[in-house]
Design a protein around this ligand. Structure first.
Ligand code: GUN
Length: 281
């Protein structure tokens, strides 16, 4: 049984990115910049943004956080994005989600120029990913993919069950693994026999937001299980996977916390550097 150490993998990736930034600095006499827009005072978003800023500075990126109050006008945000789109010192733009109800999420996502869309949420990047072209890839599925590749470099022909069909996780995850010649099934809340599906899997990616849904008897031996879930319960934060039970049977499993989470942030930094590199071509 392998306990997949996402913290360690993220530290290693960040070390590589740090080296890459120092090379970029020598070659171009500037460093890539990440600008994060945070609207409102939701505690989880504030924590996520603080961690993103801290990690960006750690690896040597230029980091900027722009904060707006909860009642900011949509136009102010769109105008700012437009300004950042044109600013050469900004390589990547991220607007932290969720947004207040009066702001149109899709409008905001589409306002970011695709070449600076470090989240990979712009329809142009979604399309490029599904066509197999080079583009920004959403950070969480990219992090999951890198963790899976570490455990199993040869993915061709593997049977993957993804639980959850979100634009943020499930769908881009499927695209990444399809490109590796996996056989991918995306399951969701209307799937008839989820347990039977999971029992077919060589790899399970759970991104559904239901605490401890995946039980020990849903997983066959030698399955790699990636848990994207972050669920608040009275017992604290738990994933979508019943850790104790699945740990006994799986080949490899990510813990929550300390699995996918740290890789998400490291991949955001990677995406920022990749946007910078593409802009210099
Ligand atoms: N909120 C929670 N996860 C994310 C993410 O990956 N990107 C953005 N922009 N907001 C988020």
């Amino acid at each position: 049984m392998i306990l997949i150490d996402g913290k360690k993998a993220a530290t290693e990736l960040k070390e590589e990115l740090k080296q890459e930034i120092s090379q970029i600095k020598k070659k171009y006499n500037k460093v890539p910049g990440l600008t994060v827009i945070l609207i409102g005072d939701m505690a989880p978003s504030q924590i996520y943004v603080r961690n993103k800023e801290k990690s960006a500075i750690e690896v040597g990126l230029k980091s900027e956080v722009i904060k707006y109050s909860n009642n900011v006008e949509e136009k102010i945000v769109l105008d700012k994005i437009n300004e950042l789109n044109k600013d050469d010192s900004v390589s990547g733009i991220l607007v932290q989600l969720p947004l207040p109800n009066h702001i149109d999420k899709q409008k905001v996502i589409e306002a970011i120029i695709p070449s600076k869309d470090v989240d990979g949420f712009h329809p142009m990047n979604v399309g490029n990913l599904s066509s197999g072209y080079e583009c920004s890839i959403p950070c969480t599925p990219l992090g999951c993919y890198l963790l899976i590749k570490k455990i199993e470099p040869k993915l061709s022909g593997k049977k993957v069950i993804i639980i959850g069909r979100s634009n943020l996780n499930g769908k881009p995850m499927a695209q990444l693994l399809l490109k590796e010649n996996c056989t991918v099934t995306i399951t969701h809340s209307k799937t008839k026999d989820l347990k039977a599906e999971c029992l077919q899997a060589d790899i399970i990616v759970a991104a559904v937001g239901i605490p401890e849904l995946i039980r020990g008897d849903w997983v066959k031996k030698n399955t790699i299980v990636i848990d994207v879930g972050i669920n608040k319960t009275e017992r604290g934060i738990v994933g979508d996977v019943h850790f104790k039970e699945v740990f006994k049977v799986a080949k490899a499993l990510t813990p929550v916390p300390g699995g996918v989470g740290p890789m998400t942030i490291a991949c955001l930094l990677k995406n920022t550097i990749d946007c910078f590199k593409r802009s210099q071509k």
